[in-house]
Design a binder for this molecule. Structure first.
Ligand SMILES: [Zn+2]
Length: 677
């Protein structure tokens, strides 16, 4: 493996129209943070770059829906998400944003550079234009009837009912969501990046030279390239974004996919005046951390942009993850099916590392994976508390009890002692290998094996028993346990930074470099440690049940919202309507129809007569409670026999979403037989 002089780590810029959830953390930010912390501990020259992606149509749509400006939308989520990252110890060197001035300058310059080198293809196409609002319409601003399923509210890019991808001109009866008017087709000029021109180069660069990329990433790239690449527009008719910096391009901005990855470059510029050595020196290893929805942008489109520009380096690896599901269902912002970071911290204060640990243990590295609250609880209770916490606590408590907190000198070590100590360096090596290959689950599993090793050593050696007969031997046991504990603060630091900071405090140990891991003299005899607290605490069943109940409530609310309203029926004339004799009436008697569950036999005073009506409401009304009620009936419905009883007319009912029937009654007293019209 090539040795690089420095590292440039980028993490996908979160889109600033919603808060961050556990899926983002598991897929992108926890792995990128582990990798960055590891490199920093190796004293590598490394910078970690991220920021908010603040342009594009969904942000303008959200602003319009809420009656605020796009800037207000992005300010809200930039602030919220920046804080969430800080709270979870995601240690970017900079968290910038694409609405910054430096980004506008950098993105414009990048575009101009390609423009001047004739890298773009100019093309005029017909696009929908809203004459009332005076603007071109992005696909999402056009709705109409889906040609596939007849959904009347399909968007210009997709029908959300049947899931079909659409283009705006496929919509039947399109209209603008801005003014409601029917849009017209108008010619507009745009610039295209000719990806097809780079197909041969991409084939060699990815398919031949980067066979080591993760299987899911390599496979997706191959399938894109095999399908054949098309020129892709880099500009849009929109008023929110980086203006296209050429004459005649008024009202056009850079397409968000073109502008966003340049955000990595502008954020680096903002961070350091020496930004060019990170972006232009082939001795820099650039790694993009992203989710699978971003593979095409970071493996194909952005590299083509960089290649076309000519002075930039390309990513060495793009370790994209698959998606994390939540309790067997796809995480969804619009359905509120998510665990939001800011809410997690309110409900589990101080437990950032527990979530980091669970998300890394269960990361969707090679396939989609599932987060469940039961698994979260089990990982905390059975691994963090029972193994890591237990070992650390016993070691520190015994050292305080036996030696008043002073590290004892190790006497003669036996064969097993030496084997255990040798294991530390071996574990470190394994963790390194896994981290360097972006296998974070495996790395964490191996790192926690060090705590397992310590736990087993202590349980086998039983110093609490040996102390009675052989206190000299206990000094050695405790010295070795303390060295393992000190090594944990190094090897687990990238994964559990909050807990390891605590542990260093109790050990009275300053931060060590990664290369010190494996040493067996990190704590010298006589060094004083402090009194520990619990590193992790058990998570009880009721805390987990609360979370599960919360999700179940969300599911119910979603189902209710999705329940369908019966579509409007065909029109009837007034004459037709007048034929139906709807009148008020009063219930005189009510009884269940024997051997049925749903039917009530009612005796009704209709003003015209007293008659019998059979009605299917027994599930909703007790007979004795409805006597005397005034109701509405269809009095001239042809009589029919139900269970042998002649029913003359029908009682009017409203049927709720869940099928429940409710009687329709006048809100004030009227005479029986009053016409309802
Ligand atoms: Zn459809």
């Amino acid at each position: 493996m090539k040795d690089y002089k420095r590292y440039l780590i980028t993490s996908a810029l979160p889109y600033a129209n919603g808060p961050i959830h556990i899926g983002h953390l598991a897929g992108v930010y926890v792995p990128s943070d582990i990798y960055t912390r590891y490199l920093r501990m190796k004293e590598a020259d490394v910078i970690s770059i991220c920021g908010s992606d603040e342009h594009g149509v969904p942000i303008t749509l959200k602003a319009r829906n809420e009656g605020i400006t796009p800037q207000e939308v992005v300010d809200r989520y930039h602030t919220l998400n920046k804080k969430a990252f800080e709270d979870f110890g995601i240690s970017f060197d900079i968290y910038s944003r694409t609405s910054n001035k430096v980004h506008y300058e950098t993105a414009s310059e990048f575009f101009l550079n390609l423009y001047n080198k004739n890298e773009f293809v100019e093309k005029s196409t017909d696009q929908y234009y809203d004459e009332e609002a005076g603007c071109f319409l992005a696909d999402r601003y056009i709705t109409g009837t889906c040609p596939h399923c007849g959904n009347e509210n399909a968007y210009g890019d997709q029908c959300e009912k049947c899931g079909t991808s659409l283009s705006p001109n496929e919509l039947i009866n399109p209209h603008s969501t801005i003014s409601g008017s029917k849009p017209v087709l108008r010619e507009t000029l745009h610039w295209y990046l000719p990806l097809d021109k780079y197909e041969g180069w991409l084939k060699k660069w990815i398919l031949e030279d980067h066979k080591e990329w993760k299987v899911n990433v390599y496979g997706q790239c191959k399938s894109w390239i095999d399908q054949g690449l098309q020129p892709r527009a880099v500009s849009r008719d929109l008023d929110w974004g980086v203006p296209v910096p050429v004459k005649g391009a008024e009202g056009k901005v850079l397409y968000v996919w073109f502008d966003a990855p340049i955000g990595y470059i502008s954020a680096t510029k903002e961070l350091t005046p020496h930004w060019e050595k990170y972006w232009k020196d082939p001795e820099t290893k650039m790694v993009h951390f992203i989710g699978k929805d971003n593979i095409v942008f970071h493996c194909i489109i952005f590299p083509v942009m960089l290649k076309a520009e000519g002075s930039f380096i390309l990513p060495v690896n793009v370790p994209a993850n698959e998606f994390l599901n939540l309790e067997n269902d796809k995480i969804s912002t619009s359905r509120n099916w998510a665990v939001w970071l800011h809410e997690y911290l309110e409900e589990f204060p101080g437990k950032q590392d527990v979530l980091r640990y669970t998300l890394c243990s269960n990361a969707p590295e090679t396939k989609d994976n599932d987060f469940t609250w039961k698994d979260f609880q089990a990982r905390n209770n059975n691994e963090l508390v029972a193994i890591l916490g237990n070992f650390v606590n016993r070691t520190l408590v015994l050292t305080n009890n036996y030696y008043d907190g002073a590290v004892p000198e190790s006497a003669q070590r036996d064969e097993n002692d030496e084997a255990v100590l040798a294991e530390i360096a071996r574990i470190r090596g394994n963790v390194e290998t896994s981290l360097e290959s972006f296998r974070f689950r495996e790395a964490l599993k191996e790192a926690i094996n060090l705590a397992r090793l310590g736990n087993k050593y202590l349980a086998d050696a039983e110093p609490w028993k040996v102390i009675k007969n052989d206190p000299e031997r206990v000094r050695t046991i405790m010295n070795i346990s303390l060295q393992i504990t000190a090594n944990l603060t190094i090897i687990l630091e990238p994964f559990l930074p909050f807990s390891m900071e605590k542990l260093r405090g109790w050990l009275n140990l300053s931060r060590c470099s990664w290369n010190e891991a494996g040493r067996t003299d990190l704590l010298l005899a006589g060094h004083r440690i402090n009194k520990p607290e619990l590193l992790f605490e058990k998570i009880e069943d009721d805390a987990v049940e609360r979370q599960i109940n919360k999700l179940q409530a969300t599911k119910k609310a979603n189902e209710a919202a999705a329940a369908k309203i019966v579509p409007s029926k065909d029109p009837v004339t007034f004459d037709e309507f007048s034929k139906v004799g709807i009148r008020t009436a009063t219930i005189l008697e009510a009884e269940k129809v024997p051997k049925t569950t749903k039917l009530l036999k009612l005796k009704i005073d209709t003003g015209l007569d007293v008659r019998t009506i059979v009605s299917g409401i027994a599930e909703y009304y007790e007979p004795e409670t409805i006597i005397g009620w005034q109701i509405s009936i269809v009095a001239n419905l042809e009589p029919r026999k139900i269970k042998g009883i002649e029913s003359k007319g029908m009682i009017l009912m409203a049927e709720d979403k869940d099928g429940k029937l409710v009687m329709v009654t006048p809100t004030g007293k009227v005479s029986n037989g009053s016409m309802i019209k």
